[in-house]
Design a protein around this ligand. Sequence first.
Ligand SMILES: Cc1cc2nc3c(=O)[nH]c(=O)nc-3n(C[C@H](O)[C@H](O)[C@H](O)COP(=O)(O)OP(=O)(O)OC[C@H]3O[C@@H](n4cnc5c(N)ncnc54)[C@H](O)[C@@H]3O)c2cc1C
Length: 319
Amino acid sequence: MAKILIVGEVHNGELLEATLELVTLARNVGGELSSLVIGSGVAAVAEELSKKGGGKVLLADDAFLENYTVDAYTQVICKAIDAESPDLVLIPNTSSGWDVAGKLAAKLDTGIATDVIRIEEDGGDLVFIRRMFNAKFDARLRLAGSPRIATVQPGACEAFEGTEAGSVEALDVSGLESRTKFVELRQAPAGGHDLTKAEFVISGGRGLQKPENFEQLLKPLVEALGAQMGASRPVVDAGWLPHDYQVGTSGQIVSPKLYIAIGISGAIQHLVGMKNSNYIIAINKDADAPIFEVADLGVVADLFEIVPALTEAAVAAKS
Ligand SMILES: Cc1cc2nc3c(=O)[nH]c(=O)nc-3n(C[C@H](O)[C@H](O)[C@H](O)COP(=O)(O)OP(=O)(O)OC[C@H]3O[C@@H](n4cnc5c(N)ncnc54)[C@H](O)[C@@H]3O)c2cc1C
């Protein structure tokens, strides 16, 4: 039976939902479960995790751990590994999770799989599944070494809400040292392009091919329907639209009444940001695009034909 350690993540004093998703994944794998909460003044978060996730929760609470540094957090996780001797360590695939997991694997000289969406048992061994090439292929990885380490895509599982409360135990975090120092946290100014409260979002992806098409093709439709414009990450990375237009794990999480995805393939990082929309329409010329798996209405068509026709119909209906 596997022993699994979940490394929880805390943002602004709150437990990240991705931590409870790891509990679901760990319970599906099966085995003895413990988790770790790291921070300063986070006892209430550990209590919350023990109530919702069950199992033993190790609490690493120290002023030194108030802000994330890869050095200090790696040492704390190593202490938890020494205490629990897990076969598998699960970490959310967030920017800090990604950062610490790599360092941890190097320090322990063990195998790591990143961006995992599923773990299966196969012939007595664990197989880690991750998407590749915009979800066109699934890679199946077996890891050498112990403990095995996996970072898991937020949104890959439902968050677990248990009924059996677990227990919280303090982890000794004395003697921590860090060569990296937290300097400051810079947050994007509030009041930008806020999509989180929008009722109607129309997002464009790489399928729009060039920045002018957002202005000349997508914007008229967005305006005719009184929506707000969103985008996938490649659009933002290419500088076609500002970052606050991005929907997804590293952008905004939206839940409008209506979400229209145009020329977006539906990579898991995008789906996480919009799958809770009330009604989803997807327009894509590839009938096998993963976006259709979450769409309530799928339109297999060339966006350069359908978007102008939709805009014309919307304008006509208004007048
Ligand atoms: C750590 C990490 C975080 C990430 N965070 C995010 C995030 O927050 N948000 C996000 O969106 N992505 C994110 N990504 C990127 C993500 O993995 C995908 O690469 C991205 O979502 C793909 O964007 P896309 O669908 O616009 O482009 P593509 O995957 O290239 O898809 C373009 C689609 O347009 C369709 N198309 C092309 N021409 C036409 C046409 N004429 N008519 C109709 N359809 C057409 C194609 O069939 C295709 O399906 C992240 C990746 C990583 C590794």
